[in-house]
Ligand binder design. Structure first.
Ligand SMILES: C[S@@+](CC[C@H](N)C(=O)[O-])C[C@H]1O[C@@H](n2cnc3c(N)ncnc32)[C@H](O)[C@@H]1O
Length: 334
């Protein structure tokens, strides 16, 4: 059932497998440029929103792959964020997420284009039993982000997600000189290769959600930094507090959604989140002037996505995104 629409997107209250099958019949085949999602994690205990467990999870997850492949445009990408799973009552990690990835990729002849690690220095200690009680494991503090595609060369542009230059690089650019020549690592540094200002440095596949040390050089791209909003004071969290709502417990970081939308799509491209939750992907897509479709099973989280998409700041951000689009066009025409 369609529960929300804007000029760019539509949110459906529906099971995502059923939605994907219907979307294929309804003419969406080959038209999604980015599936950006965080599916229910392969946990070994049941969570509030009813995760499947073990083999049942793997089967369900694997069967999504052919559907998603058919929805994708030829140069489209699938990006999924998934956390680690632990064996119940044992201080050892489960292999379920890795088996699920292998099953997914093989079921639809996809490629793992690149894996990203999303590190959260503020992650609460878990698994609590083994980290805080027995003190025999360290904090499980990252999620995996798997970027997959049906082609070796999906649409991607790392110049859209540049990180700010480090202080030393800024100084080098100002100075106009550096120590060229051979390095012990056997790299050969050319005499002027580092003198051109590209507007920032190339992003890494480690995304750090919040800096541990505010004096250190940032490790996230500009757009991620400027849109970063995990903190308890973003408009969504404020609205939830004001309405006495408990926010979705497994929200994607807005910076992560911004990053992949900027990196892998262009304005007007179509972004799909089959497990939309509180609507992080949909918000990031709307803000960046992309078209979007979302699908979510829980009415509670649909209500939260509606709150997010009604954020008044979105209008301003959209205007900026549209401006960027037209300026870029003019530049290309000139
Ligand atoms: C990890 S959360 C996604 C959170 C989301 N990225 C956000 O930032 O809020 C997974 C979501 O999938 C939803 N879900 C679980 N099974 C589903 C299904 N079969 N169809 C659609 N949504 C489902 C859950 O209700 C949950 O909100």
């Amino acid at each position: 059932m369609l529960v929300l629409s804007t000029s760019q997107g539509e949110l459906y209250h529906m099971d995502s497998t059923k939605f994907a099958k219907e979307a294929l019949k309804d003419g969406l085949r080959g038209s999604v440029d980015l599936i950006l999602t965080s599916p229910p994690y392969p946990l070994n205990q049941k969570k509030k929103y009813g995760n499947l467990q073990g083999e049942a999870y793997k089967k369900w997850f694997t069967e999504l792959a052919p559907l998603y492949k058919e929805l994708l445009s030829p140069k489209g990408s699938i990006v999924m964020e998934i956390g680690n799973a632990w064996e119940p009552h044992r201080p050892v990690q489960s292999l379920l997420h890795l088996e699920s990835l292998l099953g997914f990729v093989k079921a639809a002849d996809l490629r793992l284009v690149q894996e990203f690690i999303c590190y959260n220095p503020s992650k609460l200690p878990s698994p609590a039993q083994w980290v805080t009680v027995n003190r025999i494991r360290t904090v499980d503090s990252y999620t995996h982000i798997w970027w997959m595609a049906k082609d070796d060369f999906p649409k991607a542009d790392n110049t859209k997600v540049l990180r700010p230059y480090s202080k030393s690089m800024q100084q080098l650019l100002k100075r106009g000189t550096y120590n060229a020549g051979g390095r012990p690592s056997e790299h050969h540094i050319s005499t002027n290769g580092f003198l051109k200002d590209h507007g920032g440095s190339i992003a890494h596949n480690l995304l750090e959600l919040e800096p541990l040390d505010n004096h250190r050089d940032p490790r996230l791209p500009h757009n991620v930094l400027s849109f970063s909003n995990t903190n308890s004071n973003d408009p969504f969290m404020r609205a939830c507090r004001a309405k006495g709502i408990t926010p979705h417990p497994a929200r994607m970081h807005m910076g992560v959604a911004d990053f992949f939308i900027q990196f892998l799509t262009a304005p007007s491209d179509l972004v799909f989140d089959p497990f939309a939750g509180s609507g992080t992907t949909l918000y990031a897509a709307e803000k960046a002037a992309r078209r979007w479709i979302g699908c979510e099973l829980s009415e509670e989280y649909i209500a939260q996505a509606k709150i997010r998409l009604k954020d008044p700041a979105l209008k301003e951000a959209k205007k900026k995104a549209v401006k960027v689009k037209s300026t870029t066009k003019k530049k290309t025409r000139a």
